[in-house]
Design a protein around this ligand. Structure first.
Ligand code: ADP
Length: 432
């Protein structure tokens, strides 16, 4: 049983890099939480603060309601699994898993019971006498997991544990880890930059960017109702299409082409403060309908012309990359349809799935956020057409507060060597 809470946790590295800003989450017992975001967004830093490998600059970290900011890594009852397998090459699978328990002077029979139980869960029983070199990549990664499982920690932390595996094995291990989590039932925090991993494994996803949480939610919720354009562009492949334009008399008018997309009565109500104002119409590629489909007629009032460009054939589906007005757009459809030799096609929008975003704040327009707002920003578009808003210089005050707090606490800097055994790379020369 373990709940984990982070309350406005911040990390300011020496030298002033503010890597994590006000990170707050309540993690329930047995949850499988995935931190996801592009490289450098602060996922590993947050995980390492939880493990005790990195000092928390300010904010609180609690396990089962108890503040653990100053607890040494070994006293946190946390196990961490890394992308490198960190197995002892000279030891058998059995001894690799037993090692941490031997160090803790756990009685022999207890060690035997725990290792055999972990081997059963991990389907490693036939391999207990083998050395790591005689195992496949997936089996080795399962042994690495086994080393953590036998310790029965309150919390599992996993930092990109599958990124060393080939694509096919990664897919297999994804479902293995989910199954193992269900069986072991420990609270788990998993870090990845791979949004498909996040979508398929998490009970809840935390999407991060530039050290800030963008959204916390169940995978389906994050996919269906992204909080902003960054989340909409990051979760889902291909990314959500963003059409820029203006709301006029019940229509959304696309920039550049002037084509009109009819708004439903619900949409008109949601966007009533946006009349004559600009906004971004978001629609996922799979919610666009090709003119050849029988569903097209139903959504004809929400259709536009797509100048077709590159066509990606992916077996059962086809992605048609194109342009409409000033925006790029992708249509994802069944490969039973063909756009061969066509330079222009009509595409309808399954408008029930449309999402709307404020163009300047990039936030999703929802019943709770539907007042028109315009902020001055320096913005640019990245290669996926996602608006990048330049953050104002953050945290001069918060950095100063952090520095002062750091001085007051004068905590002993966590010692990586004192962390869980799974964090230390085994010595190649070590013998059993
Ligand atoms: P992620 O895991 O999402 O790729 P990290 O947590 O590793 O991101 O890094 C977040 C930010 O903190 C990055 O800008 C990175 O350069 C910076 N950073 C990481 N470690 C240090 C460090 N030891 N000193 C200074 N900056 C660091």
């Amino acid at each position: 049983m373990a709940t984990v809470q982070l309350v406005k946790v911040n990390k300011v590295y020496d030298g002033g890099v503010h890597a994590v800003h006000d990170f707050s989450i309540d993690i329930k017992d047995k949850e499988f939480i995935v931190f996801v975001g592009p490289s450098g967004c602060g996922k590993s830093t947050t995980l390492r603060m939880i493990a005790g490998l990195e000092e928390i600059s300010y904010g609180d970290f609690l396990i089962d309601g108890k503040i653990m900011n100053s607890a040494a890594p070994k006293d946190r009852d946390i196990a961490m699994v890394f992308q490198s397998y960190a197995l002892y090459p000279q030891m058998t699978v059995y001894n690799n898993m037993a090692y941490a328990l031997k160090l803790r002077k756990v009685p022999k029979e207890e060690i035997d019971a725990r290792v055999k139980e972990a081997a059963r869960i991990l389907k490693l029983t036939p391999y207990l006498d083998r050395k790591p070199r005689a195992l496949s990549g997936g089996q080795r990664q399962r042994v690495a997991l086994g080393r953590s499982i036998v310790r029965r920690p309150k919390v599992f932390l996993m930092d990109e544990p599958l990124s060393n595996l080939d694509a096919k094995l990664r897919v297999a291990m994804r479902s293995e880890i989910v199954r193992i989590h269900e069986e072991v039932g420990a609270t788990t925090i998993y870090v990845t930059h791979d949004q498909i991993e996040a979508m398929t494994m998490a009970s809840r996803i935390v999407v991060m960017k530039d050290g800030f949480i963008q959204q916390i939610g169940e995978p389906n919720e994050v996919y269906q109702n992204p909080a902003n354009m960054f989340v909409a562009g990051f979760i889902g492949t291909p990314a959500m299409n963003f059409l820029h334009g203006t709301v006029m008399n019940g229509y959304f008018v696309i920039d550049g082409s002037g084509e009109k997309i009819k708004l439903t009565s619900e949409q008109k109500e949601l966007l009533k403060n946006y009349e004559t104002k600009r906004l971004v119409y978001g629609i996922r590629p799979e919610n666009l309908i090709y003119e050849g489909s029988e569903r097209f007629a139903k959504f004809k009032d929400c259709s536009f012309t797509l100048k077709a460009g590159m066509v990606e054939l992916l077996g059962d589906i086809v992605n048609v990359h194109g342009e409409t007005g000033n925006d790029k757009a992708i249509l994802k459809m069944s490969s039973k349809y063909s756009v061969k030799d066509k330079t222009e096609i009509r595409v309808a929008i399954d408008c029930e799935h449309a999402r709307f975003f404020n163009e300047t704040t990039t936030k999703a327009i929802t019943p709770d956020y539907c007042e028109y707002e315009e902020v001055e920003v320096t913005k640019s578009l990245d290669e996926d057409n996602v608006t990048i808003i330049e953050q104002k210089p953050q945290g001069l005050i918060s950095k100063a507060v952090g520095a002062v707090k750091g001085l007051i606490n004068k905590k002993k800097k966590p010692d990586a060597d004192a962390a869980t055994e799974d964090t230390a790379q085994p010595d190649e020369n070590e013998t059993e």
